[in-house]
Design a protein around this ligand. Structure first.
Ligand code: NDP
Length: 256
């Protein structure tokens, strides 16, 4: 098999959380372009349905699954829906994530819980359910979407809960990779830098954008398409000996 063929995902069955918008939508489209059948899950049917229609237009299978990643029952049902309908699960991209901006000293307990439950517990629950299908298969690739916030403290926003959650995702990735390597399940993370999505288009984030581009050696934010290649690589056989890795895609932010 040629090296380029090893990047192909034909016949693989994938589930992308938060696949209705932003980076998750871009990642779902990329996996489909590489040949995979791709299910997307989230809490908003309308956005998921649009992604599904776009994926199906590429000639692969897709499905929208309503699920809240903070609910173990929802996550179990989502993974089971893919495994039952498509006969297994080969790729899990755990992308769903949220943030708020609030000084740590004023942070309501609810904010802390919501961000940690979504970004860290959600990634754990999704990884755990995926592994329960992948381990008996003897094969699978899990890719967790972390962030540069796992390594650096962002400016000017105050988001201690988000940074802590993403650092947790990177270390959780290593722990799961070590546990599941012997079962043929690889677990990696991708850490995007500042990326132009709805999350960063929120009105309160606009004034921060010049600071982010100043803090980025490449002098700009990423386009969603620039995150796609890293995830296709880690999901594919091109990364057959890569596990427990955090692949940073940040225009150099973490180099400074
Ligand atoms: P978006 O807000 O566009 O996407 C977040 C997605 O997660 C939405 O589709 C949302 O769907 C879903 N989601 C949120 N909460 C839940 C939940 N409880 N259950 C299921 N789905 C949920 O943001 P981005 O595309 O920017 O972010 C995607 C990921 O990339 C996040 O993990 C984020 O932290 C990370 N990231 C983003 C960066 C950026 O600059 N944009 C930089 C580094 C990392 P719904 O609300 O319908 O459930």
């Amino acid at each position: 098999m040629s090296v380029l063929d090893r990047f192909r995902l034909d016949g693989r069955r994938a589930l992308v959380t938060g696949g209705g918008t932003g980076i998750g939508k871009g990642l779902a489209q990329a996996l489909a372009e590489a040949g995979a059948d791709v299910a997307v899950c989230g809490r908003t049917a309308a956005t998921l349905d649009v992604t599904v229609a776009e994926i199906e237009s590429r000639g692969v299978r897709s499905k929208a699954i309503h699920a809240d990643v903070t609910s173990a029952d929802d996550v179990r049902a989502a993974v089971q829906a893919v495994a039952d309908d498509w006969g297994g699960l080969d790729i899990a991209v755990n992308n769903a994530g949220i943030t708020t901006w609030v000084d740590a000293v004023d942070m309501p307990e609810d904010d802390w819980d919501r961000v940690l439950d979504t970004n860290l517990k959600g990634v754990f629950l999704c990884s755990q359910e995926a592994a329960r299908v992948m381990i008996p298969q003897g094969r699978g690739a899990i890719v967790n979407v972390a962030s540069i916030s796992a390594q650096i403290i962002n400016r000017p926003q105050q988001q201690a809960h988000y940074s802590a959650s993403k650092a947790g995702v990177v270390h959780l990735t290593r722990a799961l990779a070590a546990e599941w390597a012997e079962h043929g399940v690889r677990v990696n993370a991708v850490s995007p830098g500042y990326t132009r999505t709805e999350m960063v288009n929120a009105p309160h984030m606009i004034p921060a954008r010049p600071i982010w581009t100043r803090d980025t050696p490449m002098g700009r934010m990423a386009e969603i398409e620039e995150i796609q290649g890293a995830v296709v690589f880690l999901a594919s056989d091109a990364a057959a000996f890569v596990t427990g890795h955090d692949l940073v895609v940040d225009g150099g932010v973490t180099a400074w």
